[in-house]
Ligand binder design. Structure first.
Ligand SMILES: Nc1nc2c(ncn2[C@@H]2O[C@H](COP(=O)(O)OP(=O)(O)O)[C@@H](O)[C@H]2O)c(=O)[nH]1
Ligand SMILES: [Mg+2]
Length: 314
């Protein structure tokens, strides 16, 4: 592929914006980024469009953004494509991701870049709860996000209050970790899991969250299910032994509860009377033991899967 001449230039910041039919939001988003950054940093906006059927791509191009199209679907895929593009086709120090819906404050981009360029952190994430417009997020989403963030904080041992925040900045030389990661979680959480696994130094800054321009691309019920699924996957992947051990022990506990009745009966009468209860009890105990074995195997696989890349601080 021929890389356009201007992309051979060095930029301080690459700003990746995933878009899917954001005709109403894309122009104000790009305009406010231009105003907020001014001449403080050199930057290039990379819009990763998900086959929008409206004028999003044309508007972005006319405003000077580089527009690329993802071939697959989804927000996470779009970001991975954008990070890959920045890493392999451009030269930049910092990569930023932001939505095209006017929900984030572009002034925070420069703050984040400052932190990364000064070497205070490798990865900066916003905390939208610090300054959130009243109707910017539904109550269900707010609670779901808080619960997920608290689980992520505990399991991943990283300090984040808002694990789903879509305004983030990181050192571009770490981009490959994010676009290569395939931990099977929704992308916002996947990035944090990689951050924890690779000891990337993360820092949180307070940010704003405004009400969206245009329609959301996500569905609240699906979103809730996704959050719950993510919590379960996080527990399974970060603490496989305790995850499967607790499930196994619960099964064995219930099995033993039924089993004791059968055993007491047997001691008294020397016959096994309750056949269905006996079968249930044995089944639960066997399944419980199997689940615990699964935990032991998963634990071994997890420990073997650690990346061997070397990280250091100066
Ligand atoms: N390229 C691409 N962008 C997407 C896709 N889904 C969502 N987006 C964009 O990703 C950003 C976040 O989506 P949004 O609907 O705002 O989700 P929310 O912020 O969680 O409510 C927006 O700029 C969307 O246009 C997709 O499948 N492909
Ligand atoms: Mg959004």
């Amino acid at each position: 592929m021929v890389v356009e001449e201007e992309l051979r230039d060095f930029y301080d910041i690459a700003i990746v914006i995933p878009t899917l039919n954001e005709e109403a939001g894309i122009a104000p988003t790009i305009q406010s980024i231009k105003e907020a950054i001014g001449t403080k940093f050199s930057y290039k906006i990379v819009v990763v469009d998900g086959l929008s059927t409206d004028k999003t791509a044309e508007i972005a191009r006319s405003m000077g953004a580089k527009v690329i199209r993802q071939r697959r679907r989804g927000y996470g895929d779009a970001l991975q494509v954008g990070f890959y593009y920045v890493d392999t086709k451009m030269k930049t120090a910092v990569t930023v991701m932001i939505d095209a819906d006017g929900t984030y404050e572009p002034k925070d981009i420069a703050k984040m870049a400052d932190i990364i360029i000064s070497g205070d952190a490798d990865f900066v994430i916003g905390n939208r709860f610090a300054n959130m417009d009243k109707d910017a997020m539904t109550t269900v989403n707010r609670i779901g996000n808080k619960v997920l963030s608290s689980v992520a904080r505990r399991l991943l041992k990283i300090k984040v209050s808002d694990s789903q925040c879509g305004l983030r900045a990181f050192r571009t030389d770490l981009a490959n970790i994010f676009y290569n990661s395939s931990l099977g979680m929704p992308f916002a959480t996947e990035m944090l899991t990689a951050t924890s696994m690779y000891h990337i130094r993360i820092k949180e800054i307070p940010t704003s969250y405004y009400k969206r321009v245009g329609d959301t691309k996500l569905n609240p019920i699906q979103d809730g299910g996704r959050i719950l699924g993510t919590i379960i996957r996080l527990m399974r992947d970060t603490r496989p032994l305790s995850f499967f051990l607790s499930i196994g022990l619960v099964m064995i506990g219930i099995g033993a509860f039924f089993g004791i009745e059968v055993l007491l009966d047997y001691l008294k009468t020397h016959t096994v009377g309750r056949i269905p209860t006996t079968i249930l009890s044995v089944l639960l105990i066997v399944l419980g033991v199997q689940t615990i074995s699964l935990g032991l195997i998963s634990d071994m696989i997890k420990n073997k899967n650690y990346d061997k890349r070397i990280f250091f601080s100066e």
